[in-house]
Design a protein around this ligand. Sequence first.
Ligand code: CA
Ligand code: CA
Ligand code: CA
Length: 336
Amino acid sequence: MGIYTTDPTLFIKYRVVEGDDTRFFRAEEKKVGDFSFLRIRTRTTVSAVLNRERQETFTLSVKAVARYPSGPKLVAQTTVTVRVLDANDLSPLFYPTSYSVDVPENTPLYSSVITVSASDADIGINGEVYYSFERKTDTFAIHPTSGTVTLTQRLAYMDVERYHLTVLAKDRGPSMGYQARVSKARLQINVKEVNYHAPSIHLQMLPTVVEHGSVGTVYGILNVEDKDIGRNGRIGAVEIVSGNSEGYFRIKQGIQHNEFQIEVAKTLDRETDPLGFNLTISAADLGEPPKSTMRVIHVTLQDTNDQRPLFESDHYEVTVEETVPVQTPLLFVACQ
Ligand SMILES: [Ca+2]
Ligand SMILES: [Ca+2]
Ligand SMILES: [Ca+2]
């Protein structure tokens, strides 16, 4: 680029007047025959370097000034657009740089476990990120472009509780010689035992509860069992969830860890509750998530002779013929 001139005495000088606040560029002139070339070059003295990631294009206004030895000053102006080409000067960066995920051991094959992510501010293939594992594993696979980790082998908590993997992110651009464009992220996969079973409730003893029996009488012993191992097999809350609105019964921990007692908490009266009680017992494990079972237990109260009989009337009177035969009924009385 430049300016044609037929006058060999005309000397043209170029200058960047706008669009270069950081003073990266310098305009130079070089006359070859009838053409005065405009040359834009980077300044050698500037310590900062061009960085496409910071500024991709510069729109420079360049002014040309020519002056005859004696005569008017001639001025022309043009715009030069400088586009900075990308160099693969950045590595992909993971954010975050470490991942941890809990995966239930019964997760189906080929399920997604987690997606890792790295970004590269370069453009084109210089910014295209490829994911891989640093060391080969048969249990997991990572999608090269999406970063999604999937399960390729069944998990078993009994065999492996935790996997420690290193994920690599590389870009596809040429490496700039001195270092490979690769980043690493740590990925920890925690295998979680599955809470397969709900607890089961066995009622061990069921004597009849005598009304007015003493508070604290054990009505029944519950054996609560869970077939899972670890926390999933531990028994949590055992409680009466319905049928006990008056609070006649309560549950107490027995001697064994899985033993619970149903105890009388308040004096019972068969006449108030002639049908007894239907207690709904719930037992939950400490699994994640917890599972629970319900069982209805019927409590019948045994009657005691606590009611005095009462005649219908306080006073009865009957008139009898003196000739009445022996064994003749005179009057019927009744009690409540
Ligand atoms: Ca770059
Ligand atoms: Ca890059
Ligand atoms: Ca369980």
